[in-house]
Design a protein around this ligand. Structure first.
Ligand code: GLN
Length: 306
């Protein structure tokens, strides 16, 4: 029996970009600077539960900002869209993921994919769950990935020690009444959510769970309400790749999210989840190989929504 066409395709793309040396590994979280720039994995999971993997697809790395749509979905389920919208908007900011700015009239963060918005969302989760929040969050992420996930203690400690900018953002949010006291445990939860360890295959499965309308296509577990998946995907399409999101929507045309750990995850409505892991990032904080592979995959498989 020959190889599946999708397996052949990801192997070809892996080979095409294996020798690419563009980009720099993130170092502003000191522990992330230890990442191996050579690591490169690609995974696809289809809505009928088939999985295709190549390269370093089992190499664990921290999820970082790819956690943001998943916590946003949890907050939407808990509080409803109207209440969440009082705390965080849905407009692309056109600025960097860590920018210190809020909407002028409402004082809300622009959207839940930039740090200010994600910290707000995580504070909402903390407010509801208190000390159980981390457990609830890990359970949900694990259900989406289809296996028990845990935290990278070293990366968590490293960000918690050096995350002064996020600490400043959290206090700005407190000042404007977007989040409540106590700030520190909510921020701690945010650092922990960013330090959740995944591999490329996990991320593709998480993407496939979204593509499959909230149900993990491998375990068949219903992880998110259908009603919130639409909101998660819309915000990924408009804001998921930071201030590259417009270009991304134009070229690739599917909801996606990147993280400074080098992961990129995308969801092709009702068809598949895909993930790339490659730590070197471009100036906007997106994985260089991640973008190249997604552009090619979108072209070769005709993934664009339009
Ligand atoms: N934990 C990182 C931060 O808050 C996540 C950023 C990212 O992945 N873009 O800075």
């Amino acid at each position: 029996m020959g190889k599946h066409r999708l397996q052949e395709l990801i192997e070809a793309l892996h080979q095409r970009y294996q020798s690419c040396t563009e980009g720099e590994v993130a170092t502003y979280i000191p522990e992330l600077g230890k990442a191996n720039p050579q690591h490169f994995g690609v995974s696809l999971v289809t809505s009928d539960g088939l999985s295709f993997n190549t390269g370093n697809y089992e190499q664990p790395f921290t999820i970082q900002s790819i956690s943001k749509p998943f916590t946003y979905g949890m907050a939407l389920e808990l509080y409803g869209a109207e209440k969440v919208a009082r705390h965080v908007g849905v407009e692309p900011s056109g600025d960097a993921f860590n920018s210190i700015e809020l909407e002028q009239d409402t004082n809300r963060p622009f959207n839940p994919m930039v740090n200010a918005g994600a910290i707000t969302v995580t504070a909402l989760l903390y407010q509801h769950y208190g000390d159980r929040a981390l457990e609830m969050l890990l359970a949900r992420f694990s259900a989406a990935a289809g296996r028990a996930l845990s935290i990278d203690e070293a990366v968590y400690q490293s960000e918690s020690r050096t995350g002064h900018r996020n600490r400043a953002i959290a206090h700005l949010l407190l000042n404007f009444g977007m989040i409540d006291e106590p700030v520190e445990p909510a921020l701690d939860l945010y650092f922990k959510q960013c330090s959740i360890l995944v591999n490329c295959r996990d991320l593709a499965t998480m993407g496939a769970t979204l593509a499959n309308l909230g149900t993990n296509p491998i375990t068949k577990e219903e992880v998110y309400d259908l009603s919130v998946v639409k909101d998660m995907l819309s915000i990924m399409l408009t804001c998921g790749m930071y201030n590259y999101s417009g270009q991304w929507a134009y070229q690739v045309g599917v909801p996606a999210k990147s993280g400074v750990g080098g992961g990129v995850m995308a969801a092709v409505n009702r068809q598949l989840g895909l993930a790339i892991f490659s730590p070197p990032l471009d100036k906007l904080g997106n994985s260089c190989r991640g973008i190249k592979v997604c552009v090619d995959l979108a072209n070769e498989l005709g993934l664009h929504a339009f």
